[in-house]
Design a protein around this ligand. Structure first.
Ligand SMILES: NC(=O)c1ccc[n+]([C@@H]2O[C@H](COP(=O)([O-])OP(=O)(O)OC[C@H]3O[C@@H](n4cnc5c(N)ncnc54)[C@H](O)[C@@H]3O)[C@@H](O)[C@H]2O)c1
Ligand SMILES: [Zn+2]
Length: 342
C-alpha cells in the first residue's frame, strides 16, 4: 500500500516508515523538516495525496508547552492541520486514516476506592504534594486510591492544551469518517521510548532526561517518591502496531481507538534504576520535587489491540532500557539505519 506518513521524519514516524518498508509497503514522508511540507498547507497536502491508499498521521506539535500562551500554536498544528488533511483526503478519495492518538486524553486515569468503587479524582492539591502525599485521594472520602488499568472506554479528561488538541483530533477524524464514509483507527500511545527519542528538550520524555544525566555522569533525579506508574512502550512496538492497524483499515467505515502500551507497567523510579544499572552510572536520587498538573499513575489496558488486531509487543522492558543506555542497538534497527546514537 502507498501510505502518506505525516511527521514521517520524527521519532515515531521514522520508525513507522522503516516498519512499513520492511512489510513491503510504499511509505511517503510528509514532514515540516523535509522541504517545509506543512499539514496546514492544503495545496501541498493535495499534491502529496496523489496515488495514496492510506494516511498515517503522526505530525503534531508535541510536549506540554510553556504556558497557556502556546495554545494557538498547538491548536493550529494539531487541529487545524488535521482538519486540512481530512478535507484534502475527502477530495482525493482517500478514506483510510491511522491517527497518532495519546493516553493523555484520559487525564488522571482509573482508580478505585475501597469504599466507593471506581472514582475520578480531580487534580492533586498543592498542599498534598508539598506534604509528600502523592497518591490521589478519593473525591468522596479522601482515602488513598488504588490505580487500575485504563481501557478505551474510560471517560475522556484532557488536562492541558496538548491533551485537548489530541482529543480534538480524534473527534474531527470521527466526524470525518461519518461524513465521508471513511475509516479511522486512533492508536493511543502510552510513554514511547527507544532509539532516536528526543533528548533534553523541555518536552522530552523522562527517559531521555535520565539518560542525558547519566551520560554526564550525574544521577537521574526522580520526582515525587518515584512511585509514579507508567506504561513504557518501545517505539518499534508502536511501529508494528501501526502496521497491523493499517491492515485493519480495510474493514470498512467507522472510528475505533486502541491503547498501545506494553502491558507491563513500571514506576518512574524503576525506570531510572534500570537505566542507571545499564549505564553503570550513579543510582537515581529521589528528590520529592513535583510539578503541578503531573499525572500520578497512568497505565494502559492494551488487551483490545492484542485481541482484535493480533498485535504483540516484542521488546521487553529490560532489553529496551539496555538499548537506550547506549551500547546495544537491536539488530533490526541497525539494519534500518535507525539506531541513532543517543
Ligand atoms: N512520543 C510519545 O511518547 C507520544 C505519546 C503519545 C502520542 N504521541 C504522538 O505521536 C506523534 C509523533 O510524535 P513523536 O514523539 O514522534 O514527535 P516528533 O516531534 O519526533 O515527531 C513529530 C513530527 O511531526 C513534524 N511536524 C510538526 N508539525 C508539522 C506540520 N505542521 N506539518 C508537517 N509535519 C509537522 C515534525 O517535524 C516531526 O518530525 C504525535 O502525533 C504525538 O502527539 C507521541
Ligand atoms: Zn472513597
Amino acid at each position: 500500500m502507498r501510505v502518506l506518513v505525516t511527521g514521517g521524519a520524527g521519532f515515531i514516524g521514522s520508525h513507522i516508515v522503516a516498519e512499513l518498508i520492511g512489510r513491503g509497503h510504499d511509505p511517503v514522508v510528509f514532514d515540516m523538516t523535509e522541504e517545509g511540507r506543512d499539514v496546514r498547507d492544503a495545496a501541498a497536502v493535495r499534491r502529496a495525496l496523489a496515488g495514496v491508499d492510506a494516511v498515517c498521521h503522526q505530525a503534531a506539535k508535541v510536549g506540554l508547552g510553556k504556558d497557556f500562551g502556546d495554545a494557538p500554536a498547538y491548536v493550529s498544528v494539531n487541529d487545524l492541520g488535521t482538519a486540512v488533511l481530512l478535507t484534502q483526503m475527502a477530495d482525493a478519495g482517500v478514506r483510510r486514516l491511522l491517527l497518532a492518538g495519546s493516553m493523555v486524553v484520559y487525564g488522571e486515569g482509573r482508580y478505585a476506592c475501597a469504599a466507593h468503587g471506581v472514582v475520578r479524582p480531580g487534580p492533586r492539591a498543592e498542599a498534598d504534594l508539598k506534604a509528600g502525599r502523592f497518591e490521589p485521594r478519593c473525591p468522596d472520602c479522601g482515602a488513598d486510591l488504588a490505580p487500575g488499568l485504563v481501557s478505551e472506554d474510560a471517560p475522556m479528561d484532557p488536562r492541558n492544551v496538548y491533551a485537548t488538541t489530541k482529543l480534538a483530533q480524534e473527534h474531527l477524524a470521527a466526524a470525518w469518517a461519518r461524513a465521508v464514509g471513511g475509516r479511522v483507527i486512533s492508536l493511543r500511545y502510552h510513554n514511547v521510548y527507544g532509539p532516536g527519542m528526543p533528548r533534553d528538550t523541555p518536552y522530552a520524555g523522562v527517559a531521555a532526561l535520565f539518560r542525558s544525566a547519566l551520560a554526564r555522569g550525574a544521577a537521574p533525579r526522580v520526582f515525587e517518591d518515584g512511585g509514579q506508574r507508567r506504561d513504557f512502550v518501545h517505539v518499534q512496538d508502536v511501529a508494528s502496531a501501526n502496521a497491523v492497524a493499517l491492515d485493519a483499515l480495510a474493514e470498512g467505515p467507522g472510528f475505533a481507538a486502541y491503547n498501545v502500551g506494553s502491558g507491563d507497567p513500571r514506576t518512574v523510579g524503576d525506570m531510572a534504576q534500570a537505566l542507571a544499572t545499564a549505564c553503570g552510572g550513579p543510582d537515581p536520587v529521589v528528590t520529592g520535587e513535583y510539578r503541578l498538573g503531573d499525572v500520578r499513575h497512568i497505565t494502559a489496558d492494551s488487551a483490545r489491540l492484542r485481541r482484535e488486531l493480533g498485535w504483540r509487543p516484542a521488546v521487553a522492558f529490560a532489553e529496551g532500557m539496555a538499548e537506550l543506555s547506549g551500547g546495544t542497538a537491536r539488530p533490526a534497527l541497525r539494519e534500518a539505519g535507525l539506531a541513532r546514537q543517543p
